[in-house]
Design a binder for this molecule. Sequence first.
Ligand code: GUN
Ligand code: ZN
Length: 442
Amino acid sequence: MSSATDTAIRASFFDFKSVADQPDALLSAARYLEDGVLRLRDGRVIGLAPWEECSAELAGQPVVDLRGKLIVPGFIDTHIHYPQTEMIGAFGEQLLEWLNHYTFPVEAQYYCPDHAARMSAFFLHQLLSNGTTSALVFGTVHPQSVEALFSAAEALNMRLIAGKVMMDRNAPDNLIETPEQSYQQTRALIERWHQRGRLSYALTPRFAPTSSPQLLAKVQQLRQEFPDTWLHTHLSENPQEVAWVKQLFPERAGYLDVYHHYQLTGRRSVFAHCVHLDDSEWQCLHDTDSTIAFCPTSNLFLGSGLFNLKRSWQQGVKVGIGTDVGAGTTFSMLQTLGEAYKVGQLQQYKLSAAEAFYHATLGGARALDLDHAIGNFNPGKEADFVVLDPAVSALQTLRIGNSKDIWEKLFVLMTLGDDRNIAQTWVNGRPVWQRDAGEQAA
Ligand code: GUN
Ligand code: ZN
């Protein structure tokens, strides 16, 4: 039975019906409907079916006709820094110098709530205009940075996870707090925002070098007090960083052991980068069911190294894709997948379009422990999706026209595509961004 509040959309659709533990399982999990209809009610999916099966039932009802477009689940960015939007593309440095020269001065501005509000709106607009409907987001050390971001995301009803940075050493004085302040401010934010609507909180110690043992003990305490929060940090991104952690924490077995010792590994723990892991660290990520955020454009831009995606499958470690703006160089998940492919090529690994789109959608949802809520078009899922225009330039039109099947089309989209290909973005069953309107419809 359909009701007056239902929405029906006719287009081509692509998603994955179920999660996969090996790349071989992706093809059987994939679903492609060249002419399908997606039905929504109250912000959720009722069902996805071939048009021919539903056309009689839908006769006389309004149908949003998007034939010629390809609809996929909203992209999920598993690692990004909203305050770094304004410094994307900063020249010449690798991680530790890049933080000191560019990042910290920019982040210091977020003491100002007006600045944070302006940049939150700008940031969310960038996400939506690139087809990203959910993200795991770093704020700055200032609680007001996260207040502003959550407020803006709540107005759009986005599913977003974010947290205030926690750091108490090896950063400028105006960005440092005491462990107790960090605990109190984080606790207050959790109480205000965690599990409010579609928002959730991530404990966000920046990384081991800016964390004293006392600060990490406070993070551990918060995790025990709020066990359903997320944990979001950086791990093993750059060789100098790894060496520094070993100097700062000689009593620990290695970089990951710093976090593991404070019980910060686990199902909702997301570690960005993981480029230079040793065998025992891979094993620990597997054993604790932790997640990696693979950030290809950032790892190339900062010269950090090549993430070993093949090994993550072999080790049974969940992976999501992160743009890592502002070390990453684009908000576009399509472009990020294209760069992930090149990172694979440099290691003789062929990242298929199936695998790439899996990581950007259902795989990312699973990596964030949100696959019960988002990531595909199964009934009951929250209706977050992207309407892709497969060809928006002469070159794309030529190349898509030469593509023999959906796999080739998806591969061309991740190779040549970008924000021009995002025709609409829907959140919770409503269009919140439309390319031709040029602004948020919400
Ligand atoms: N490690 C610690 N902080 C950061 C950051 O802001 N960006 C990246 N890419 N790595 C980090
Ligand atoms: Zn980062």
